[in-house]
Design a protein around this ligand. Structure first.
Ligand SMILES: Cc1cn([C@H]2C[C@H](O)[C@@H](COP(=O)(O)OP(=O)(O)OP(=O)(O)O)O2)c(=O)[nH]c1=O
Length: 198
């Protein structure tokens, strides 16, 4: 089996990949995340996931080979991408814009080796209950929103805002595990066999 590298600095993605029992090494993959003019949210996350996988491959020590997995998550409201909050005001404005409404979470994954790259986008719909300004401020003060797309974490305190979810929970957290295991299988990295060997 080829070694697997996760091109990500996200602790959530490391935890999620660990959850499905695939051995991997994390490598850094810092890329420019500025959207292109007229780029759809879906094309944006897919381009970034591929870009992170490519950057991860370039960061491998000389002589190392294997598969590299990259991912990108965006929260999308009315066709507009909400990134990570810049500051308290941005975080509160973001959360209040999501209050009492549905939004989409798009997560793209990309796997590449020396020969080819395969990618896909997973779309989920999240319904938020109404959120007051006071709650948005308290949530900012918890420290949780800072490094998260859309300024919330469904896996943390942010769960109290989530009235419903249609789609993939693990994709919202940052790595769609069902689709990731399928894509890794195309590159000869079997999650199931690793699990049953335990
Ligand atoms: C919506 C949502 C996002 N997030 C996180 C997942 C991602 O880490 C982050 C989205 O930003 P990304 O740019 O996708 O990822 P990242 O910069 O954190 O990590 P890397 O590029 O190195 O892989 O938001 C949650 O943890 N929970 C949630 O509910």
């Amino acid at each position: 089996m080829k070694p697997l590298y996760l091109a990500s600095g996200s602790p959530r993605r490391r935890e999620l990949l660990t959850q499905i029992g695939v051995p991997f090494t994390a490598v850094s993959a810092d890329i420019d995340e500025t959207p292109l003019d007229d780029e759809t949210p879906s094309a944006y996350v897919e381009r970034l996931a591929r870009g992170k996988a490519e950057a991860g491959r370039r960061a491998l020590p000389a002589g190392m080979d294997g598969c590299v997995l990259g991912a990108d998550t965006a929260v999308v409201l009315d066709g507009r991408i909400l990134g990570k909050p810049l500051d308290q005001a941005d975080s509160m404005a973001m959360l209040l814009s999501l209050s009492g409404r549905d939004h989409e979470v798009l997560t793209a994954i990309a796997v590449l080796d020396g020969q080819r790259c395969e990618s896909c986008v997973v779309r989920s719909r999240v319904s938020f209950r109404s959120i007051t300004e006071q709650q948005a401020l308290a949530y900012w003060n918890s420290g949780e929103p800072r490094d998260k797309a859309g300024g919330y974490g469904i896996q943390g305190l942010g769960a109290v805002f989530v009235a419903g979810l249609e789609g993939s929970y693990s994709a919202v957290v940052g790595l769609p595990l069902c689709e990731t295991s399928e894509l890794l299988g195309h590159f000869g990295i079997p999650c199931w066999q690793t699990l049953s060997a335990r």
